[in-house]
Ligand binder design. Structure first.
Ligand code: ADP
Ligand code: MG
Length: 930
């Protein structure tokens, strides 16, 4: 930072050295009670933390300086993290009075988003991971990716590996706060590939080398026995090396084991599914998520476990049944449940407490919190044993419920009940814990008692009634005599201080006692600190048992919460079998909390693919999601909102929401929609559940319909996944007729002069109309527009009738064997197709989609552009229409060219309106000519 190192004062040189050693971080440098930053770093700290930028002036010059109080450092560090910085805390590692000259300082902690340990920064309910990602490629084979994650606050360490999509999905699902990537991935994770919003950290590449990584991993686990391949070894070693580095460089004792898992052990949910099912983030107005809705847990341990179960519902039927058995048992006994819940509320965040204890960062209060937590364990055990049940899982939990009584009594006997924050200033250790400490304290007490009686004794000895004994921080104990009485002061008084109206003295005995008191008190403080550290280490030695206990309490908390929810909200226990999914009177667990909800069922024994039509706002999206949520909740071990649910284990839930619905995405929507569709078509299995919500909408009607139809056929013929497909393409419902296993459902609405009332009730068969215009009216679209739209619909219907007649006469000349002709011929006008929205992909000339509405027709384009069209979608051709429309197409092409050529950024609204008007006129003219 400064090229004049030699000219710096020793302290500034020390600071500069630390900055160089941690050049990826802002170094905050302890100077007394402050953390200071200098030079460029000072400017950053001043700006981000909104503290004053001052100057440090020494013999060598003036440097910008900014500081934050150490007492309150957490809030400032948090701001720096939020602003994207890493922070290196350089503490004085030598007591100032011991230093001859410059105090030693060292970076004791590197605070980064993924390696936070202080509660001050952490959210209790979510794990906070740092992840390492590597790629291994051997000739001729597909690359294997390895992913390792560590939560430094709890010591959890997880590893997995697999192909790209599996591992990236896992990365999305875990959403680490910070990501390290191996050098072979440099430049490959850009653009669309950025799968997480984790902070990207580049760390020592040598940590990713196999041998180094293996050695590091071996300090925590048996790499050969636990880890599956080189990719896992490298990822594990690298992430642990980094975690150690951030915590000061030592082995992390509380990372007691490394857990390897297979992505296929849980229901797979990619980021799109997580988002559109609103498990943890909500983009709808209600803002409620499944996590919030199901979070009736009592403690942070339970909250994190609930999140883990929802993020990774099991695909092991026995595991799901075993959780459900436990929930059922607990659901029968309200009193026990309440007792357990009340007990669990007393439980502190044991995982993080143990983490702090092992890192040597726990204070006396933490130890007491730990003891308080342990104190509830016997009550928990008692409550559990009073439960009359046949759930093996609850027996297992009871057996594993180690109350760690030894740890608790150690803490309770050693630490006072309400200890101070500081552990170095005494008042921490209890009487009778240590004989030596008690002796020292007795000496101190005696001394103080002697002093407290001194006043009376000296008054009597000297006869001075106004004589007083007192104490000041600076001068220590004194005997004060007012001026008029000075002549009565005895020989052995020595003058200590002169005040205006009095003099202060001490005696040799008082001096001796004072030294005794002070030294006893100092010795007591440091002995207390020593004893405290011993107790803390003894507790740390039991870290593994305590973590195991935390695991039991976490699970119990979730099971109790699930049971309470089941009872309070009238959920039922789902059953699993090989049969098709059948849900009677299912509800949406989140929507039903805020809405008078109409239950709806689904029965996949009728077929694999349900095509769902109905007006906008009638409840299609809600219905599909509720089916997925019921499956997901069941596999998490939770009862479900339904009258009954016969399920089978779902390996994967896919959800795709059509581009037009996906306002949040804001991406090149149609392209993305198709890319996501591709994923499904490749990866779905007969055990998957697929939700397609208005897929194919981001393009022109003809293309959209073709894609939707081809997709449906493919899923039906090739995949066999249980599929719910909400579509505005009424034509699609014709597939039911010639595809066994495709069935139709629709949502109804009541329609009268007043408008439309949605019943939110699913019914058999396709719907007849999509009520688009009425929805517009309901939404408050001005009457003139609604009326005009109504007219256009009428016109379109007349046009449809005319064209159908024309097509039929053309058709009679053609090969009547075309099995899909029906789709084109009989399709009703797609009334809810927005009049001008579908500009993405114009349809081919001569392709009539039944009867396209006038707006769409005017936007058709004669030549085909590459990509996007599903080849297998057979569409009828109507040669007869072609000649008639060539002229019109010419105009359309011109109009389109003009729109494309327009520099929108440089067009004023007035110009745009004028141009629109002009284009409209040309289209109208062309229309009238044909
Ligand atoms: P669509 O996908 O058909 O446009 P949505 O599923 O988005 O409709 O639902 C529209 C609104 O209707 C939502 O705000 C939801 O709260 C409400 N809704 C949906 N289904 C039900 C239901 N079964 N019972 C009550 N309200 C419902
Ligand atoms: Mg919808």
């Amino acid at each position: 930072m400064l090229d004049v190192r030699d000219e710096l004062t020793p302290m500034m040189a020390q600071y500069t050295d630390l900055c160089e050693a941690h050049d990826d971080a802002l170094v905050l440098f302890q100077v007394g009670d402050f953390y200071e930053a200098f030079c460029a770093a000072a400017e950053t700290v001043a700006r981000v933390c909104e503290v004053t930028l001052t100057k440090r002036e020494d013999s060598t010059g003036r440097y910008p300086m900014a500081g934050v109080p150490i007492d309150n450092a957490a809030s400032y560090v948090e701001r720096l993290l939020d602003a994207g910085y890493r922070v290196a805390l350089a503490d004085q590692v030598q007591p100032a009075e011991e230093a001859s000259g410059l105090v030693d300082r060292a970076v004791t902690q590197l605070v980064t988003p993924g390696t936070l340990v202080d509660d001050a920064y952490l959210e209790g309910s979510t794990a906070n991971y740092v992840a390492a990602l590597v790629r291994e490629r051997s000739a001729g084979e597909r690359a294997t990716y390895g992913l390792a994650l560590v939560d430094v606050s709890t010591g959890e360490c997880l590893v997995t590996s697999g192909d790209r999509s599996t591992v990236f999905e896992e990365l999305e699902r875990r959403s680490p706060a910070e990501l390290l990537t191996a050098p072979e991935l440099d430049g490959t994770l850009d653009g669309d590939d950025v799968v997480t919003d984790a902070m990207r950290t580049s760390y020592d590449v040598s940590a990713f080398e196999f041998d180094a990584a293996r050695a590091r991993a071996a300090a925590y686990t048996h790499p050969d026995a636990v880890l599956a391949n080189d990719a896992e070894v490298r990822a594990t070693g690298a992430v642990l090396a980094y975690a150690e580095y951030t915590q000061g460089g030592d082995h992390l004792d509380y990372v007691s084991h490394v857990t390897r898992f297979d992505a296929s052990e849980s229901m797979r949910l990619d980021a799109t599914a997580l988002a559109s099912l609103e498990l943890f983030d909500s983009r709808s107005r209600s803002g409620h998520t499944l996590m919030e809705t199901l979070d009736e847990t009592a403690c942070a341990l339970g909250r994190r476990r609930l999140e883990a179960w929802l993020r990774r519902p099991t695909v092991d039927r026995d595991e799901a049944e075993s959780r459900l058995d436990a929930v059922e048992a607990l659901s029968r006994e309200g009193v026990v449940r309440e007792t357990l819940h009340a007990n669990l509320k007393e439980v502190y965040d044991l995982e993080r407490l143990v983490g702090r204890v092992s890192r040597g960062r726990a204070n006396a209060r933490d130890l007491r919190s730990l003891a308080t937590t342990l104190a509830v364990v016997p009550d928990v055990r008692e409550a559990l044993s009073s439960l009359d049940h046949d759930a093996a899982r609850l027996d297992g939990l009871t057996d594993r419920l180690d109350d760690c009584g030894d740890v608790r009594s150690l803490v309770e006997s050693a630490i006072v009940p309400d200890p101070p924050q500081e552990v170095t200033e005494g008042g921490v250790v209890r009487e009778e814990f240590d004989e030596e400490l008690d002796d020292i304290r007795a000496t101190e007490r005696e001394g103080r008692e002697w002093v407290s009686q001194l006043e009376a004794r000296e008054r009597e000895r000297t006869g001075i009634d106004s004589l007083e004994v007192g104490y000041t921080q600076v001068h220590g104990y004194y005997i004060e005599v007012t001026n008029p009485n000075l002549d009565r002061v005895p020989e052995d008084y020595t003058r200590r201080q002169t005040l205006k109206n009095s003099e202060r003295f001490y005696t040799p005995e008082l001096k001796r006692r004072e030294d005794e008191i002070i030294s006893a008190s100092e010795r007591a403080d440091s002995l207390e600190y020593e004893l405290f550290c011993e107790v803390r280490s003894s507790v740390a030695a039991e870290g593994e048992r305590l973590q195991a206990l935390a695991d039991v309490l976490a699970e119990l908390d979730v099971l109790v919460a699930f049971a309470s929810i089941a009872v309070d909200r009238d959920y039922v226990r789902p059953t699993f079998g090989a049969n098709a999914i059948r849900i009677e009177d299912g509800r949406h667990p989140v929507v039903e909390r805020t809405t008078e909800f109409i239950p709806n069922g689904i029965d996949f024994s009728r077929g694999d693919v349900a095509l769902i039509t109905g007006p906008n706002m009638s409840g299609k999206s809600t219905y599909m999601r509720q089916v997925a949520l019921v499956c997901l909740m069941a596999q998490a071990g939770c009862f479900v909102p339904a009258a009954s649910a016969r399920l089978r284990v779902v390996d994967r839930v896919f959800t795709r929401v059509g581009a037009s619905d996906d306002i949040a995405g804001g991406q090149s929507t149609f392209m993305r929609e198709m890319a996501e569709l591709t994923d499904i078509l490749h990866a779905a299995t007969a055990e998957s559940l697929v939700l397609l919500d208005e897929v194919g909408r981001g393009t022109a009607t003809t293309d959209g319909l073709a894609i939707a139809q081809a997709t449906t056929e493919f899923i039906h013929d090739e995949v066999g996944a249980s599929t719910l497909f909400a579509t505005h393409y009424h034509e699609l419902t014709d597939l039911e007729a010639d595809h066994e296993g495709v069935f139709t459902l629709h949502f109804t609405a009541d329609r009268d002069e007043e408008g439309v009332t949605f019943l939110h009730r699913v019914a058999e068969g396709p719907s007849s109309s999509s009520y688009g215009v009425e929805v517009a009216r309901l939404a408050g679209v001005p009457a003139r527009v609604v009326e005009r739209a109504d007219d256009l619909v009428d016109a379109a219907e007349r046009e449809a009738a005319r064209r159908t007649a024309a097509d039929e006469s053309a058709e009679s000349d053609r090969d009547s064997g075309d099995e899909h002709a029906a789709t084109g011929r009989e399709g009703a006008p797609t009334r809810d197709t927005p009049a001008v929205a579908d500009t993405g992909r114009p349809s081919r000339p001569g392709v009539t989609n039944g009867a396209p509405n006038p707006a769409e027709k005017t936007l058709s384009e004669p030549h085909e552009r590459g990509g996007g069209r599903a080849k297998s979608a057979p569409l009828p051709d109507a040669d007869s229409a072609r000649g008639a429309r060539d002229d019109q197409n010419h105009v359309v092409r011109e109009v389109l060219a003009e729109i494309r050529g327009l520099d929108v950024a440089r067009t004023t609204p007035m110009d745009a309106l004028a141009l629109l008007h002009e284009l409209q006129r040309r289209l109208d003219d062309a229309n009238q000519e044909t």
